[in-house]
Design a binder for this molecule. Structure first.
Ligand code: CU
Length: 69
């Protein structure tokens, strides 16, 4: 099990939180994804077959840019 924190500066409201948590939750191997709106970060707990690249791709698929992952 791996934990990582993604920085996504464009997160600004609860809608962002819901759509990103939903998208990450659909990635195979992701156990938990929690968006923190005030800090614009996402804490993700995942296991194989998910990789950080998959997490970044899911976030970008929602139209957000990851600045640090
Ligand atoms: Cu928003």
């Amino acid at each position: 099990m791996t934990e990582t924190t993604l920085s996504v500066p464009d997160i600004h409201c609860n809608h962002c939180k819901m759509s990103l948590e939903g998208a990450l939750g659909k990635v195979a191997g992701v156990k938990q994804a929690t968006v923190d709106v005030p800090s614009a970060t996402i804490a993700v707990t995942f296991d194989t077959p998910a990789t950080v690249d998959d997490l970044v791709a899911a976030v970008e698929g929602q139209g957000y840019q990851v600045t640090k992952g």
